[in-house]
Design a protein around this ligand. Structure first.
Ligand SMILES: NC(=O)C1=CN([C@@H]2O[C@H](COP(=O)(O)OP(=O)(O)OC[C@H]3O[C@@H](n4cnc5c(N)ncnc54)[C@H](OP(=O)(O)O)[C@@H]3O)[C@@H](O)[C@H]2O)C=CC1
Ligand SMILES: CC(=O)N[C@@H](CCC(=O)OP(=O)(O)O)C(=O)O
Length: 348
């Protein structure tokens, strides 16, 4: 049977997030790739920037404008913060049915004051949040026309702590220490990402509650409890291209065994296609999820410390951005949520 393909445009196609969206779309049976756009690299062949996307190597990057992005069923935005708002508005004005999926942060936060505090600019608005695994969220994404893809650290921190917070087995006084590969920072060269400084070294940054993902983690997990939730989030940069490992802990509210904690997590994610709770005693490693949309989790109880400890891994560019974006597109279009996505990683 002939299936009508959905026509998709990708803005920021020369970047890491846009490149990952395209990599996944090339394996998606229901999609035809239309415009691919960039900023300073407009005019270049895509193959010069993303040589791994062989079938699109000869496509020329167009300027990112309403005109080049109009006329598609779905538009993915992989642009720096602050670039999405006006563009999305103009696209929706031109075509109210277009599905716009923003990989950036512009529409993730609900509270304008919090946005202004952490991003230092005016709040653009709030769109349905693209984490279907949050309670009730999948239904909000079905048929949605605008979707805000979560940040990479918030994705893994939220999924790693959600069952414990929702069940009330921990006091929501949460500590998250998460180590990310360097692609999380995007392609544009940054002073702290010089190869000579990143290689062979691990460093902390955004310490002391100032990282932009702190309020996003709080927003997600705060919905799961009536109590006042606090999050202490510390990101680390590690010398690998992809992947995040988040170590999360919180004080237990009462007696809980490691077996009970594991059973709680296994039940919470039993029906989720992409969230895999590992067998007890096996701890997540980033290598297992690279290139896949899978999240691997493990949880235990530190009896002496009286804390629940959970560890999660994600590929920051896949389920942490591009994979989540495609998963959300599938929901928005009424397709099977897993189309074009895999739980099979690349290892070693
Ligand atoms: N990397 C990650 O793990 C994650 C990234 N994201 C988000 O995705 C978005 C893109 O990030 P990422 O791909 O990492 O960044 P990159 O720096 O790798 O890519 C940025 C892209 O935006 C384009 N661009 C930059 N400035 C402009 C402009 N003024 N007009 C039009 N296009 C422009 C660039 O084009 P050109 O090459 O021509 O300059 C490039 O295609 C960001 O909002 C980021 O926060 C979200 C979650 C995780
Ligand atoms: C390693 C590294 O630098 N990671 C990035 C992750 C941010 C990101 O990409 O997410 P947004 O979509 O919210 O920008 C950072 O800490 O800023």
């Amino acid at each position: 049977m002939h299936m009508t393909k959905v026509r998709v445009a990708v803005a920021g196609a020369s970047g890491y997030a846009g490149g990952e969206v395209l990599r996944l779309l090339l394996g998606h049976p229901g999609v035809e790739i239309g415009a691919v756009t960039a900023g300073s690299n407009a005019g270049e062949p895509l193959g010069a920037l993303q040589p791994h996307l062989v079938p699109l190597a000869d496509r020329v990057l167009e300027q990112t404008t309403v005109e080049t992005l109009a006329g598609h069923d779905v538009v993915f935005l992989g642009l720096p913060h602050g670039q999405s708002g006006e563009l999305a508005e103009a696209l929706s004005e031109r075509d109210p049915d277009v599905v716009v999926i923003d990989c950036g942060a512009d529409f993730r936060l609900e509270d304008p004051a919090t946005w202004e505090r952490f991003y230092g600019s005016d709040h653009a608005g709030t769109w349905p949040y693209g984490l279907p695994e949050l309670p009730g969220q999948r239904d909000r994404l079905r048929g949605a026309r605008r979707i805000a893809v979560p940040g990479c650290y918030p994705t893994i921190s939220t999924l790693t702590l959600a069952p414990a917070v929702a069940a009330g087995v921990v006091t929501p006084d949460l500590v998250v220490v998460a180590a990310s590969g360097t692609s999380g920072a995007g392609k544009a060269a940054k002073p702290h990402l010089l190869g000579s400084e990143v290689m062979g070294s691990v460093s902390a940054y955004g310490v002391g509650g100032v990282h932009r993902h702190t309020p996003e983690i709080s927003q997600n997990l705060g919905r799961l409890t009536e109590e006042h939730l606090k999050v202490s989030f510390t990101p680390l940069l590690v010398p690998m291209p992809r992947g995040i490992l988040a170590t999360c802990s919180a004080p237990l509210t009462g007696a809980l065994t490691a077996e009970e904690a594991h059973a709680l997590y296994a039940k919470a994610y039993g029906e989720e296609p992409f969230v895999h709770v590992l067998p007890q005693g096996q701890w997540p490693q980033t290598q297992s999820v690279i290139g896949s949309n899978a999240v691997h989790l493990q949880v235990t109880v530190d009896e002496d410390a009286g804390r629940l400890v959970a560890v999660g891994v994600v590929d920051n560019l896949a389920k942490g951005t591009g994979g989540a974006a495609v998963q959300c597109m599938n929901l928005a279009l009424g397709l099977d949520e897993t189309t074009g996505l895999t739980t099979v990683g690349v290892a070693p």
